[in-house]
Write a protein that binds this ligand. Structure first.
Ligand code: ADP
Length: 226
């Protein structure tokens, strides 16, 4: 569960990025997070993975209290979250398999578990046949699927996708959304940060809209950015 209670966040230069945000996302929910550029979406996701700290208020994420979490516990928190960044952040010199396996190696997973899980999640994202390819041999959509497999492989509770349809052709959008719905059906909480009004209107899910650092609407179904 993710619970913001009166959370404010100010950067060290005095920029107030979030002010008095209260919201709850339950386990297994599918949520779109929308808002104009500069609204505070990135800051909100950075707070979730403790890349930034709350300035005031309470923030609970998957059982961790982030306003007082000690730095030694942050890796444990991050293991509960799989983040798919817009630029995918794949290692060019590693194969698809190695890119996904690496995420398990850095958390000290056993080789036997790696051997089982990596092919499983490559199949989930439909890339089982590309394990030995290198990122530069893949299309943008395929690279993104590798990033999804890597985000999933340590079995996180929550997946955050940052503009998943932003860098791929529109004809791939549906496939990505289907993958996100599939991931949600695996029991994961899915948070999609997006500007893509078409998908928001098509998939009648919860839409949290932030502007100027505050939640201005939170409802199921379409929401419009003027
Ligand atoms: P979004 O992701 O919705 O575009 P951000 O969370 O990136 O919005 O930004 C929210 C506000 O915080 C903006 O006013 C932005 O200028 C400011 N901001 C973002 N990152 C920093 C930073 N590292 N230092 C200072 N201010 C920042």
């Amino acid at each position: 569960m993710i619970k913001f209670e009166n959370v404010s966040m100010e950067y060290s230069n005095g920029n107030a990025a979030l002010s008095d945000v209260s919201l709850q996302i339950d386990d297994g929910e599918f949520v779109f997070l929308v808002g104009h550029s500069g609204a505070g979406k990135t800051t909100l996701t950075k707070l979730l993975i403790c890349e930034e700290r709350v300035s005031s208020g309470r923030l609970e994420v998957n059982g961790f209290n982030l306003e007082k979490i000690r730095s030694g516990k942050i890796p444990k928190l991050r293991r509960t979250m799989g983040v798919v960044f817009q630029d995918f952040k794949l290692f060019d010199k590693m194969t698809v398999y190695e890119n996904v396996a690496f995420a398990m190696r850095v958390v000290g997973a056993k080789p036997s578990l790696i051997k089982k899980r990596v092919p499983f999640f490559l199949d989930v994202v439909g890339l089982g046949h590309k394990s030995d390819s290198f990122p530069d041999q893949l299309s943008g959509g395929e690279k993104q699927r590798v990033a999804f497999a890597r985000a999933l492989v340590n079995n996180p509770d929550t997946i955050i996708a940052d503009e998943p349809t932003g860098n791929v052709d529109t004809d791939l959008t549906e496939g990505i959304m289907e993958l996100l719905v599939k991931i949600n059906k695996l029991g994961k909480t899915v948070i999609v940060v997006t500007h893509d009004m078409n998908i928001i209107q098509q998939y009648k899910k919860r839409v949290i809209r932030i502007e100027n650092g505050t939640v201005v609407s939170d409802k199921i179904g379409g929401d419009f950015l003027e």
